[in-house]
Design a protein around this ligand. Structure first.
Ligand code: IPM
Ligand code: MG
Length: 356
């Protein structure tokens, strides 16, 4: 197969981790007889420096014209003082919205080799951690009006959280369909005891649940969900939730699996073109030092093969190569443990490529 991949190396550790994922993709292309063409795209802080805006229209067009987008990470202290419209994160949000990527899939799975790195008690970890957070990605408070006004010398800020039925229904269906491919259990997370958006969310979800009688459905309030994720994560199979709650809960979910550096994600809309990125940030403190964990990005490339390119064998091969590198005892600093060997970002890439 012939695929064009838009590549956003981004800021901080972004370029280092993306370089390793591309080596892995090149090896896959060679091994399975595919051709991957890479289109470089500027987005985030580097785009602000180069073009004066975080996502120039021509860059969004390149992404829309590709078969999928691979992203490292964007942002950093250099751009912290910028006005809202000129922050690196704005580029990411504009990309998600511009590509119509409403469904964000973030797996929280404990690799058995890393169980000692989980901050949870061994007795909790032993029950297993393997769930997915399905996060609504282009609605809610992220995309409502934001404003700051000033009266009598006092400032007041407002952010609007809005959801319409069709926005809830389309992500709700992804939640049910995802559960159907797994252990048939769906938890919908909301704050229906306080928010109107959540009450509508819950009503739509209950209507959908009638159509999926084979899926064991339940509602959970977001504060309780935050608690249950650390109390007994084994109870979860698929969590579906709105944008802001999903942002917060997916960071929590990643931490209990040992390292946020391991977690990939996919963002999809109606077509097969998606955005694939690790869920961690640009880690400016270790940027340029070849210390970052490239596995979240490499596993994102595996998800790209699986969900956008219909290459399940290739995806399995990448995941197995990661598994073997971990079995060898290789660890980057974020997941280092006693008896293991500390390796650089490049050395981790070397090892994973060598297993392919
Ligand atoms: C994420 C990030 C982004 C978000 C930021 C960088 C805008 O935290 O992908 O989880 O809040 O969605
Ligand atoms: Mg986040």
């Amino acid at each position: 197969m012939n695929k064009t991949i838009a590549v956003i190396r981004g800021d901080g550790i972004g370029p280092e981790i993306v370089a390793q994922a591309i080596r892995v993709l090149d090896r896959i292309a060679q091994k399975y007889g595919h051709t991957f063409c890479y289109e470089e795209v500027d987005m985030g802080g580097n785009a602000i420096d180069k073009w004066g805006e975080p996502l120039p229209a021509s860059m969004l067009e390149k992404c829309l014209a590709s078969d999928s987008v691979l992203l490292g990470a964007v942002g950093g202290p250099k751009w912290d003082g910028q006005p809202a419209a000129l922050r690196p994160e704005k580029g990411l949000l504009a990309l998600r919205a511009g590509m119509g990527l409403y469904s964000n899939n973030r797996p929280a799975r404990l690799w058995p080799q890393l169980d000692a790195a989980s901050p949870l008690k061994p007795s909790i970890v032993a029950r297993g951690i393997d769930f997915i957070v399905v996060r609504e990605l282009i609605g809610g408070v992220y995309f409502g009006d934001h404003s700051t006004s000033e009266t009598d010398g006092e400032k007041k800020a407002t952010d609007i959280m809005a959801y319409s039925e069709h926005e809830i229904e389309r992500i709700g269906r992804i939640g049910f369909e995802t559960a159907r491919k797994r252990r048939h259990k769906l938890t919908s997370v909301d704050k229906a005891n306080v928010l109107d958006t959540s009450r509508l969310w819950r009503a739509v979800m209950h209507r959908l649940a009638q159509e999926y009688p084979d899926v064991e459905y339940s509602d959970m309030l977001v504060d309780n969900a935050a608690m249950q994720i650390v109390k007994d994560p084994s109870q979860f199979d698929v969590i579906v939730t709105e944008n802001l709650f999903g942002d917060i809960l997916s960071d929590e979910a990643s931490m209990i699996t040992g390292s946020i550096g391991m977690i990939p994600s996919s963002s999809l809309g109606e077509g097969s073109c998606g955005l694939y990125e690790p869920i961690h940030g640009s880690a400016p403190d270790i940027a340029g030092q070849d210390k970052a964990n490239p596995i979240g990005t490499i596993l994102s490339a595996a998800m790209m093969c699986r969900y956008s390119f219909d290459m399940p064998q290739e995806a399995d091969a990448i995941e197995e190569a990661v598994n073997q590198a971990l079995n060898q005892g290789l660890r980057t600093g974020d997941m280092m443990a006693e008896g293991c060997r500390l390796v650089t970002c490049t050395q981790m890439g070397d090892a994973i490529v060598s297993h392919l």
